[in-house]
Every structure is written in structure tokens, then in C-alpha cells.
Design a protein around this ligand. Sequence first.
Ligand SMILES: Cc1cc2nc3c(=O)[nH]c(=O)nc-3n(C[C@H](O)[C@H](O)[C@H](O)COP(=O)(O)O)c2cc1C
Length: 195
Amino acid sequence: MRNLIIYTHFNNESFTKAVVTKMEQELLNAKQEVEVVDLYKDKFNPVLDLQDFNYSFNGGDIPKDVKAYQETISKADNLIFVFPLWWWQMPAILKGFFDKVFTQGFAFEYTSEGPKGLLKEKKIDIVINTGSNEAHLFGSKSAESLEHYFNSGLLGYCQLSADIHFFTDVLHGTHEVRQSYLDRIPEILKIENND
Ligand SMILES: Cc1cc2nc3c(=O)[nH]c(=O)nc-3n(C[C@H](O)[C@H](O)[C@H](O)COP(=O)(O)O)c2cc1C
């Protein structure tokens, strides 16, 4: 299995980074391949501009960094997005990654029957770390809106679907709560325990 983790956080002391580190360890222990894209480390420019629109829709040249990300995604069986929730959404740098990398001709194409997904074989997991506790995240419909956004909107448009996992109360919850999330990672990634 080839796993690609797309990690979004500016702080390597964050819980988001702890999740990514644990995922890497578990996947490597299970003898699976794992690669991490670190958008902040890459200093990825998320702003979609006219030339970006042109390469997606008018046949312009795809920039080297975007091409490299697309090749990395193409090689992966599993895509795993890990990020904190900011204003009920993914961080802007990750939104820009989708804007620029999930282009027409790569993630989808138009057909007479509507958009057709081109990455359909991928398994996708999304782990979202939230400051809100579970009662607030689900009671406010923030979780529901994110599921709808990803699975009916962004990924749904590309005929993809993700398992979305919420790690709630990350800011104010106890160390034990955060540890329990890390302990769930093998189950989330469907890694067999051979101990
Ligand atoms: C700009 C910003 C916006 C945020 N918006 C939300 C939000 O809408 N809902 C929420 O539950 N937490 C929100 N938070 C809290 C983060 O989700 C929380 O800090 C994060 O999950 C903690 O994990 P970390 O250690 O990986 O940063 C926000 C934090 C920041 C910095």
C-alpha cells in the first residue's frame, strides 16, 4: 500500500503533527509505504491566479510544483488529509492546494454526462482536529457541513468519497483524550495488529 499524508500545520509541536507522526510510525511498522506532503514546509502558494486557471481550463503549462504533487497523488493508493479546523473549514493553504492541484484533466474531466472523476480508485481518509468538543461540533452541524462539503462537494465532484474522522476538544481536552485519538489511528487506517 502506498500512503500519502497531506499534512497542514505551521507548527510541528501541534497535535496535528503528532497525528501525522503516529500515522507514519504505524504505517511503517505495518511495512507500508508512506510519504508526507508538508504544505507549510513546502511554502506552497495557495493563491489561485489567472495563469493557474489557464493551465486547468485552457491548456496552459502546468507549473512544476503542481505537476510534482499530481504525480505523487497518482502513485498513492491512500490519500490521508490531516489538518486543524479553522473557522469551520480546512486551512486556506489546503484549500488552495485543492484549487491548484485537483485540476480538470487530473482529478476530473467534463463529459456530455457531466463531470467524471479521474482518481476514482483512491481510498481517502480525512482527520480533522477541532477545538470544539463533540457536542458542539455535531450540535452546531459543523461536522455535518464538513461531511457535506467534502463528500457531496469537493470530492463528490471528482466521484471520490472520504471517511472523515473528527478529533474533538483537542485544545481544552485532557492529555488522555488526545492520547485516545492517537491510539485509534491503526483502526482508522485499517492497520492489522499482528502482535
Ligand atoms: C484561525 C483559527 C480558527 C479556528 N476555528 C475553529 C473552528 O471553527 N472550530 C473549532 O472547533 N476550532 C477552531 N479552531 C481551533 C483549532 O481547531 C484548534 O486550535 C486545533 O484543532 C488544535 O490542534 P493543533 O494543536 O493541531 O493546532 C480555530 C483555530 C484557529 C487558529
